[in-house]
Write a protein that binds this ligand. Structure first.
Ligand code: UD1
Length: 418
């Protein structure tokens, strides 16, 4: 177990850094390799716990996986197992991504039912209802989802709510289903587009990529494909916020600025100067304006940057408001920011921040990936030393964030936590 020791306040971040490949694009793409036997190479893969957990799950299902220097080589066997055990699903909810591909390829799947998590209740009804519409028989027994289908058949699926995970699962199942599937009110996050592009490379016929209506002409002969992962937009945002809170000036390279439209707009509204090039973003200046943010499905403001923005807004004088509309309970970090002296209150799903207090270092505990990132950002602006324990949450989604921040001048160390 590790913790971070961070000494903040005096250090303005400065320099150039580079963003890793996207975790949330990598996980469904890895699951999609279950759809056709053969050899796959995935590049620009972040070396983080969640990717290694998915690699472990694929190995249990019968694939051979090698992961070196940000390159994943996956060999999917012609015969695969169909059970995703509790031990892995409880470590990472995105394990549910194997459900669609397994039913489509093997005609059955047994996947542990994911429970709640630190973000509150996280149902999977949309995944299951979608699979049922494609002809899957679904039963829940002893904590497992037993899914069976002789053959999947295309259908029209109208999601009553936009879901990244359900869209990905149904998309992966429908490419092997007979006939046409239309997915309405589909998520159109960049990671969904990346998955769809990968499936098209494998031979799938998908129209409407980038919109909320996907049309799949299923039943094509799929084959393996190679891919390089898109840049991680949430890591990009995290690095920009880390610089912003220190009033520093950094350039983030190898990123995709167009995936961060509203995030960059909000940073400008606060008062930062944000300059965009093809694949890099430079942030500088000082923030002075409090703002209002509402999280919603893409292209609206991403829930994954809600907590990191709350840290920044705690240092901006005036009243800021954040409405969290995606996850009912994504607020566990608030009591930790209060320990640093932030004036931040929660009312149902609304956070009200009276910013501008000088934060002061304290021992803190991370509760999930993005909460951990928020605490690191806040610590960079806090006077004195902040210790953050349970950084394994951060390591699930960020590859050595402390090295990137240290290279930009932050005083941050990873130490053993006994
Ligand atoms: C993904 C991302 C996560 C991000 C989230 C929202 C991955 C691995 N994770 O999570 O980082 O924060 O999108 O952008 O990519 N819902 C239902 N029933 C379902 C499924 C979802 O009610 O069957 C609800 C959820 O409770 C939530 C909303 O739909 O309120 C959106 O969740 P969803 O988009 O599915 O999030 P994930 O795919 O789990």
């Amino acid at each position: 177990m590790y913790k971070f020791k961070i000494r903040g306040k005096a250090k303005k971040l400065k320099g150039i850094t580079s963003v890793s490949g996207s975790k949330n694009a990598g996980l469904p793409i890895m699951a999609a390799t279950l759809l056709a036997a053969g050899n796959y190479t995935i590049n620009n893969v972040p070396n983080i716990i969640d990717i290694r957990t998915m690699a472990e799950l694929l190995s249990i299902l019968g694939s051979k996986v090698e992961f070196k220097n940000h390159e994943l080589k996956i060999h999917t066997d012609s015969c695969i197992c169909y059970e995703a055990p509790y031990d892995l699903v409880k470590r990472m909810r995105a394990s549910i991504y194997v459900l669609g591909p397994l039913v489509a390829r093997c005609g059955k799947a047994r996947v542990s039912f994911p429970g709640g998590c630190a973000l509150g209740a996280r149902p999977i009804n949309l995944h299951l209802e979608g699979l049922q519409k494609l002809g899957t028989n679904v039963e829940i027994e002893h904590g497992y989802i037993n899914a069976e289908a002789k053959k999947l058949h295309g259908n029209e699926i109208i999601f009553e709510q936009r879901s990244v995970g359900a869209t990905a699962n149904i998309l992966m199942a429908s490419v092997l289903a007979d006939g046409t599937t239309i997915i309405r009110n589909a998520a159109c996050e960049p990671e969904i587009n990346a998955l769809a592009d990968f499936l098209i490379k494998m031979g799938a016929k998908i129209e409407g990529v980038g919109t909320d209506c996907l049309t799949v002409n299923g039943g094509q002969n799929l084959h393996p494909a190679d891919v390089s992962l898109i840049p991680d937009r949430i890591e990009t945002g995290t690095l920009l916020l880390a610089a912003a809170i220190t009033k520093g000036e950094i350039t983030v390279k190898n990123c995709c600025p167009s995936d961060l439209g509203i995030v960059l707009e909000k940073l400008r509204e606060i008062g930062f100067s944000v300059n965009v090039n093809n694949d890099s973003i430079t942030i500088s200046g000082k923030g002075k304006n409090p703002i209002e943010i509402s999280t919603n499905p893409y292209p609206a403001f991403p829930t994954d940057l809600q907590a990191p923005f709350a840290s920044l807004l705690s240092t901006i004088k005036g009243k800021s408001i954040i409405d969290e509309n995606i996850f009912s309970d994504r607020f566990m970090y608030i009591s930790e920011l209060q320990r640093l002296g932030a004036d931040i209150k929660l009312d149902k799903n609304r956070i009200v921040i009276h910013g501008g207090n000088q934060l002061t270092g304290a021992p803190l505990m991370a509760s999930d990936i993005r909460a951990a990132a928020a605490l690191v950002i806040a610590a960079l602006a806090s006077e004195g030393e902040t210790e953050i324990s349970r950084v394994y949450h951060l390591d699930r989604g960020y590859e050595r964030l402390e090295n990137k921040l240290a290279q930009l001048g932050a005083d941050i160390k990873r130490v053993e936590d006994n």
